[in-house]
Structures are given as C-alpha cells and as structure tokens.
Design a protein around this ligand. Structure first.
Ligand code: ACO
Length: 320
C-alpha cells in the first residue's frame, strides 16, 4: 500500500513585491536579483498567518479530493516559520478546519519540509496506521529576514501549498531523504536565547543568514545524486519522468540539476519568478500550479525534490 495525491491547493498572499519595489527601499536592482536567481517578484504577508495560509490551501485540496476535514486521520505541516513556538501550525490548522479526528504535528526540515512531511505520511499509511492525510508546506519567511541584508531578504517569499493523500495501490513509488547536521550553519536562523536567571542573555532576535556559495555547491551535487538514486530504486530512467518539481531556490541550481541529469529544462517547471523561495512551501505550490494548469494526466511519472537548511534533502518519484 502506498499514498496517492487526491487533491492539491495553494495560497499566496495578496501583496506582490517586485524586484523594482525592493530597489526603491534598498541598494539592489531587478537586474542583480533576476540574473543571479531568476526571481522577479514574491508575495509577502500583511495580515495572513502561516496557519491561515495553510488552512486556505488545505480547503482547496480537500475540495478537490472530495473529502471533508472530519475524514482526515493525520495533518502534518512542514514549516520553519510557524505562528507560535507552540501550538504547532498543524494543530492550528486542525482547529481552523475542524478536523477533530486528526493527529496533527509539524516537521521542521526547512526547504525539504513538505517532502519529509509527505514521506512521514507515507510511513503511517503504508504501515496501515492511518488512511487519509493532509500534508502541507507553508512559510512566513518574511518575518525571519533581516530587511537590511540585501543578500538574503530578496530571495524569499511567503505562501502555502497542500496535498491530500490517501492509501492506494499506486502513487508514491520510492523516496530518499537525508540530513547532514555538520554543515547546518551554512544556512541558519538562531532561535530564542536562554534568558533564565543563571544565564542572562540579552541578545536581539536573529535572522536568516546564509553562505550562498556553500548552499549552491551542496544543492548542485546532492540534488542530482538523490534524484538518480530514487530513479534507480524505482527502476526508471530520466526519460520516463514527465516533470521534475524541484524546490524553488534559484534558477541556476535548477539549470545545473537539469544539465547533470541530461534532461530538458522544459521538464522543470518553475514558480520562482513570481514566488521567490518559499522554503517548505515551494514544492507543493509548484505541484498545485502545474496540476491546475492541466499539465498532469493520471499515470504520468513525476519527481519531486526538496533541499535546504539542516542540511536536509529528499527526492521522491511518484505516479500521478
Ligand atoms: N543586490 C545587489 N547586490 C547584492 C545583493 C543584492 N540583492 N546581494 C548581494 N549583493 C552584492 C554583495 O554585497 C557582493 O558585493 P561585493 O562584491 O561588493 O562585496 C556581491 O553582490 C556578491 O555577493 P555574493 O553574496 O558573493 O553573491 P553571489 O554571487 O554568491 O550570489 C546568491 C548570491 C545568488 C545567493 C548565490 O550565492 C547563489 O546562487 N546561491 C545559491 C543558494 C541559494 O539560492 N540560496 C537561497 C536559499 S537556500 C535554499 O533554499 C536551499
């Protein structure tokens, strides 16, 4: 028994901030950002929260799946930017949807978060514990950015994507996932410092910091290797895959992966032009956009891949 995606949904905040908008408030340009990353705009929240965006995406996925919130056994949200330390975003989503029966928890695997959440749902469903799961990737990254640091804040955006998965005979064929905590500091954001009476740290909140070149090196080696591994395990070739849905960090990373796999760039749809990098939200938002454009037929084979902070990575091959 495996999992099949029965419905998808996504939510992007109303406010669109273009590269030119950013150039009016900091020393940057559309040319610098677009030529190095492919990003031209991003959606940033004004009022929306991570949980609200997740719930909106989830409602669309449930509608398409023809399921009610009460049918859900499990809700997993991949996020590193929940609204609260506790409760989890998944518990907030459970309450908004009224999914009373569902077990709910978050996974923090940064840009691999949706993939790790989906793989976890697979493990529960494959083992027969649960039948129906809601898997979400959602971020409000704009609150974790130092808006005085042009090298990071221009890259990221906010949004949420969701998929409803159900026990089925076909669907997810194989996945691989991994982590390398020894390189964690190349992309980091420190949590709250201890401020108990013994320690007395009065350090200001931290923001995302990144060694972009190290992240680039990690991505262009690990992503093609993990895709090749999962294809081998599934006994499939690159040519069998209709689309490669990669985490949307940077067009140059995607081009390099395509080159290493000897695959045409037409097989790598993107959202980064209008979304920027939404970490755990990237892959499910891309999946929803590709699906809603009518680009997928039942039986198509897809690869989805996430990679990012931790460091973490995951690739999965599935039959649509
Ligand atoms: N606008 C204008 N100039 C800028 C900006 C900006 N937004 N940001 C940095 N610069 C300047 C720097 O100050 C520096 O100037 P200097 O030479 O006078 O000191 C110059 O541009 C080069 O800066 P670098 O940080 O070295 O830029 P680099 O060429 O490495 O490009 C980038 C940065 C695009 C992030 C690149 O490292 C990259 O592609 N990294 C891949 C990783 C990535 O995309 N990470 C995103 C998130 S991680 C993830 O999702 C897995």
């Amino acid at each position: 028994m495996t999992i099949r995606i029965m419905g998808t949904g996504s939510y992007l905040p109303e406010n669109i901030v273009t590269n030119d908008d950013l150039a009016r408030i900091m020393d940057t340009s559309d040319e610098w950002i677009a030529s190095r990353t492919g990003i031209r705009a991003r959606h940033l929240v004004k009022e929306e929260t991570t949980a609200q965006m997740s719930a909106e995406a989830a409602k669309k996925a449930l509608d398409e799946a023809g399921m009610k919130a009460e049918d859900l056994d499990l809700i997993i949200v991949g996020t590193l930017s929940g609204d609260y330390v506790t409760p989890s975003t998944a518990c907030e989503v459970q309450a908004i949807l009224g999914a009373e029966k569902a077990v709910a928890f978050d996974i923090n695997a940064a840009c691999s978060g949706f993939m790790f959440a989906m793989n976890t749902a697979y493990a529960y469903i494959h083992s027969g514990i649960y039948q129906n799961a809601l898997v979400i990737g959602a971020e409000t990254l704009s609150k974790l950015m130092d808006w005085n640091d042009r090298s990071t804040c221009v890259l990221f955006g906010d949004g949420a994507g969701a998929a409803v998965v159900r026990a089925d005979k076909t669907g997810l064929i194989h996945f691989t996932q991994g982590a390398d905590g020894s390189k964690g500091m190349v992309l980091s954001c420190r949590g709250r410092m201890n401020n108990n009476p013994l320690v007395k740290n009065f350090v200001k909140p931290d923001y995302v910091s990144m060694d972009g070149q190290e992240v680039y090196k990690f991505a262009v080696s690990t992503v093609p290797a993990s895709i090749q591994k999962v294809l081998e395990e599934a006994d499939l070739e690159v040519t069998d895959i209709k689309y490669f849905l990669l985490h949307q960090a940077n067009i140059r990373i995607i081009q390099s992966v395509a080159k290493r796999l000897k695959a045409d760039m037409n097989k790598f749809p993107t959202t980064l032009e209008h979304c920027g990098n939404i970490s755990a939200g990237s892959v499910p938002i891309l999946l929803d956009e590709v699906h809603k454009k009518g680009m997928l037929q039942r039986g198509d084979k897809l690869v989805m891949a996430g990679f990012g902070a931790g460091l973490t990575w995951s690739a999965a091959v599935m039959e649509w």
